[in-house]
Ligand binder design. Structure first.
Ligand SMILES: Nc1ncnc2c1ncn2[C@@H]1O[C@H](COP(=O)(O)OP(=O)(O)OP(=O)(O)O)[C@@H](O)[C@H]1O
Ligand SMILES: [Mg+2]
Length: 282
């Protein structure tokens, strides 16, 4: 199955569920020729991809492949050297405020203010996002991630897995249309990681939320991602469903492919052709 047919097969599922997105088949995120250099080093090199409503897209790659840099550019935290980012049909950074209202982010490595209680942290973020019924929304999320008992704890006293769960609550406070998750399950025990994957799937199915997801846990990726982009040295090496990417490379699993790429050093990268480019050339 081609990437475009996967996208087409994903689209009807989201059509009924997303009345607030006007043109259902349009991507919620379009990245074109995105490039970031740090001195002479190219961290992200002419990256092209699209994220569709209701899709969970995995961004994979060895340490230093450029995944976090790409996400940081989408969030407007790092300025690209060239290329463009459009979200919900609006240009970044020109419409940054409107775009960021509908996006959220979480990572295993994000530190929340440590001197605030858990509920105070969530209350501050809820205020920043303009969340209505803050108290109720915070209670729902604490319950969803099974951390209601931690709400009066100092955030700085939480374990890393507990902090990650507070981060998930923060990330879902504004009911984002696009959620960027950078190694979200890195510090979670297998039970909580499984629950978090189910919650992501549930929110994605109920609200048509699109997710850009990085993880070094290939089982995690296979379980949660509809489609993956395998990055190497800032460029796209492979893309497709997790099964397609593994099988196209005669590997039995994404993990085996990952290990081969990591150990083989210089791998030939394909130019990152987008779905749109394919349509234009066909
Ligand atoms: N501010 C910076 N200055 C210089 N180099 C940077 C900077 N930020 C990132 N890099 C480099 O860019 C490359 C890509 O980094 P990035 O964090 O995007 O990788 P990643 O794919 O997220 O890796 P990981 O899996 O380890 O999280 C790395 O080689 C990193 O050292
Ligand atoms: Mg990273």
């Amino acid at each position: 199955m081609s990437v475009s047919s996967i996208i087409v097969s994903c689209a009807p599922r989201t059509l009924q569920k997303l009345p607030n997105i006007t043109v259902m088949n349009d991507p919620v995120l379009e990245v074109r020729s995105l490039t970031k250099r740090f001195g002479s080093f190219i961290a992200v090199d002419s990256l092209n991809f699209e994220l569709y409503p209701g899709e969970i897209l995995g961004l994979l790659g060895v340490n230093g492949a450029g995944k976090t840099t790409a996400m940081s550019m989408v969030l407007g935290l790092i300025t690209p050297d060239s290329g463009s980012i459009r979200a919900f049909g609006m240009d970044m950074p020109a419409r940054r405020t409107q775009i960021l209202r509908r996006i959220n982010f979480c990572s295993a490595y994000t530190a929340l203010p440590s001197n605030l209680l858990v509920w105070q942290n969530l209350d501050v973020f809820a205020g920043l996002y303009g969340v209505r019924n803050k108290k109720q929304r915070i209670s729902e999320l604490l319950e969803m991630f099974e951390i209601t008992s931690l709400k009066n704890m100092l955030t700085g006293h939480l374990s890393s897995g507990e902090t990650a769960r507070v981060n998930f609550c923060k990330a879902l406070l504004n009911q984002p249309d696009v959620l960027l998750m950078d190694e979200p399950t890195a510090s979670l025990d297998p039970d909580i990681a499984d629950k978090v994957r189910r919650i992501i799937r549930q929110v994605q199915q109920e609200r048509g939320m699109a997710v850009l997801y990085t993880s070094h846990n290939m089982r995690d990726v296979e379980a949660v991602c509809d489609r993956v982009i395998f990055m190497h040295k800032g460029r796209i090496l492979y893309q497709g469903t997790p099964t397609e990417v593994a099988e196209r490379n005669s590997e039995r699993s994404l993990e085996q492919l990952f290990i081969r790429v990591a150990r083989s050093g210089d791998v030939e990268c394909i130019p990152s052709v987008t779905d749109k480019d394919k349509k234009e050339t066909s």
